[in-house]
Every structure is written in C-alpha cells, then in structure tokens.
Design a protein around this ligand. Structure first.
Ligand SMILES: CC(C)(COP(=O)(O)OP(=O)(O)OC[C@H]1O[C@@H](n2cnc3c(N)ncnc32)[C@H](O)[C@@H]1OP(=O)(O)O)[C@@H](O)C(=O)NCCC(=O)NCCS
Length: 275
C-alpha cells in the first residue's frame, strides 16, 4: 500500500518536471534568444532537483562563494532531506494555482524571486538544523541581498507557501508559518522590540496576508484568516477572521474557507467600512 502510494507520488513529481520541460521546449522555439539559457537551466537537467540547485546556485553566486561551491551545498541538502524538494514542488503548485500572473510552472521556477528566495531559505534552514550556523547565515545574507527577502534560517515555514512579488518580506527567528499560507510583498512577521526569546508571530494554515502588513509579537493568526493590506496586527486573531487597520481589528469573517488558496481579496473592500 505504502509502496503504491510512493509510486503515485513519484509519478506526480515526474509529471510536474515533465510539464516544465515540455513548456520550456516550446519557449525555445518561440524565443531563440533565450535558447541557451533555457537549455542550461531546464533542458540539460534530468530532474527538478538538479535544475533547482543549478538555478539557485547561479542566483546566489558571489566572489566569496561561487556558484559551483554553493551548488554543492544545495545538492547536499536536497539529497539529505527529500522533504526540501517535496516542499519546493508544493510551493511551485501554490504559485501556479494562486498567482493570477502565473501561466505555467516554468515561470515561477525560472523567474519569480519569491519562489527562489523560499527554496534558498529551505537550504539555509537545513544548514541551521545541522548546526552549520555561519553557512546558514551566509545563505540568508545572500538571499537578502539578491532577492530582497529576509527570512531567518531558524524560522519554521511549511509547504505550499506563496511569497507573491516578495520584495521586502521579513520573517523573524522564532516565527512559524504553517502550510498553504500566501504572503504578499513588504510583509513583516517581526517582534515588537519589547520581548525576547520566542517573540515572533505564529501564522496558522491557509492565512492570506495582504501587502505591507506588519504582524508584530508572539501572537497567533488563526487558520484561514485574511489580513488586509497595510494592517499593523498586534493582537492574536481568531481563525477565519477578516482583519484590517492600524492597529488592526477584526472587521468580519474571511471571504471564504481558504482565503490563501483562493487569493480572494474581494472581502478586503470591507476595509472601506472602517472609514
Ligand atoms: C511602538 C511599539 C514599540 C509599542 O510601544 P508601546 O508604547 O509599548 O505600545 P503598546 O503595545 O503598549 O500599545 C499602546 C497602544 O499603541 C498601539 N500601538 C502599538 N504599536 C503600534 C503601531 N506600530 N501602530 C499603531 N498603533 C500601535 C496599541 O494598539 C495600543 O493601543 P491601545 O492603547 O488603544 O490598545 C511597538 O508596537 C512597535 O511598533 N515596535 C516596533 C516593532 C518593529 O518595527 N518590529 C519589526 C521587527 S523586524
């Protein structure tokens, strides 16, 4: 039973990678100027993992740690912990399903820096768990410089996560982001500056966090809640709530059962009711 489940999962994984390769082959015909780039990043690789380590390493390349060296670290992480690649696949599907600007799986894989930052963070997190803290912090630093996204390697993030646009996202050391959360640009999951130790937000499954929102302190954002853009959230939020304002208040119920999945931001128009 378990074996057949594993086989089904393997087939699904291959179909994701095959679908990326198929769409990229079409792009080679359509845009010959990108042919060598598309071959180097996708078509020359036999697995998503190999392509991911190649592409991320080139993004994170620096004089201190060139792409070849960084790729070895990424490969090591991917081989040691298969949940990293599984989470990458779930993240890719999340972008494809939730980002209306995404029309094919190859687009986030090659071009969306929220996806790149998240996968590079997964490597930094693995390094942190191995107690290789200086290298984890080095990777965090490169992610921050290259993608403008700053996620502490000790934070805990689930899978099926969308970092949309991603510029300016900051996630602190003791933050938790569970599965299937969608986070827009310029969101901070930070401390208030008044607490030490466990001082960052805990964001439960299925939450949608609007652009520019600041969630501060060791507070809980209940599952499937929706936070309006520009909110400053300082208190815990019950599940399935719609929250808005500075400081944020509950102004209603989330627009649907899974706001992060539907990316339904219509209910955010209720923010106007705040006056
Ligand atoms: C301002 C700050 C230091 C809190 O200061 P404080 O004087 O201890 O404030 P309190 O938590 O006691 O709240 C006092 C009131 O101000 C409000 N308030 C606190 N911070 C606020 C903010 N950033 N924006 C708007 N209102 C805020 C609270 O809601 C509260 O209102 P109430 O009395 O009507 O309930 C803190 O909230 C803050 O903003 N720190 C900066 C954190 C930051 O930038 N973190 C990012 C780290 S990456």
């Amino acid at each position: 039973m378990e074996n057949s489940h594993a086989q089904v999962m393997q087939d699904k994984q291959d179909s994701l990678w095959n679908s990326i390769r198929k769409d990229v082959a079409v792009q080679v015909e359509r845009e010959p100027i990108l042919a060598s780039f598309l071959h180097a990043t996708i078509l020359n690789h036999t697995s998503m993992e190999a392509a991911l380590s190649f592409h991320l390493a080139n993004k994170l390349d620096s004089a201190v740690a060139p792409a070849l060296l960084i790729r070895e670290v990424i490969d090591e992480a991917l081989q040691a912990d298969p949940t990293i690649a599984a989470a990458a696949r779930a993240d890719l599907l999340a972008v494809d399903q939730r980002d209306s600007a995404c029309h094919s799986l190859y687009e986030p894989f090659l071009f969306f820096k929220g996806f790149h930052a998240l996968q590079a963070w997964r490597v930094a997190h693995w390094l942190w768990q191995q107690n290789r803290r200086s290298l984890a912090l080095f990777v965090q630093h490169r992610i921050s410089v290259v993608f403008g996204v700053d996620i502490h390697p000790a934070a805990h993030l689930g899978q099926g996560i969308l970092l949309d646009h991603a510029t300016g996202i900051v996630i602190g050391e003791t933050a938790v982001v569970e599965d299937n959360v969608s986070i827009m640009q310029s969101v901070t999951l930070g401390g208030t500056g008044k607490e030490s130790g466990d001082r960052h937000p805990k964001v439960r499954c299925g939450v949608l966090i609007g652009a520019g929102t600041k969630i501060l302190g060791n507070i809980e954002i209940g599952r499937c809640s929706q936070i309006a853009s520009g909110s400053v959230v300082l208190k815990s939020v019950p599940e399935k709530s719609l929250v808005a304002g500075v400081p944020a208040k509950v102004i209603g119920e989330a627009s649907c059962d899974q706001p992060a999945l539907s990316m339904n931001q219509c209910a955010l128009s209720q923010v106007d009711q705040l006056g």
